[in-house]
Design a protein around this ligand. Structure first.
Ligand code: SF4
Length: 93
């Protein structure tokens, strides 16, 4: 049996990017006061980064797992599914 790595499985997915319409919104004021900043570590796709003290979500790479929504202790992010026909298209389950 030929096993694929996680990176290989994620790499074959297709993304329909809703340019200019992020489904992730950040409240920078709340995030600035957050000590944990769990979004930076918990996202399996590495969507979040910190630049000059701001949290930046690269929403186009989102796997739509919802982990960040649950993990954010400060209610600093608002997360919805992308609009219909946008977002990730899984090709291997
Ligand atoms: Fe990352 Fe999952 Fe949140 Fe998308 S929903 S940003 S993949 S943790």
């Amino acid at each position: 049996m030929n096993r694929s790595s996680i990176q290989e499985k994620v790499g074959i997915n297709k993304y329909e990017i809703d340019e200019g319409n992020s489904h992730i919104h950040i409240d920078q004021e709340k995030c600035a006061n957050c000590v944990e900043k769990s979004c930076l570590y918990i996202c399996p796709a590495g969507v979040y980064s910190e630049r000059n003290g701001d949290i930046i979500p690269e929403f186009a790479a989102c796997l739509e797992c919802g982990t960040c929504r649950v993990a954010c202790a400060n209610e600093g992010l608002t997360w919805f599914y992308p609009r219909g026909s946008f977002g990730i298209i899984y090709r291997q389950g």
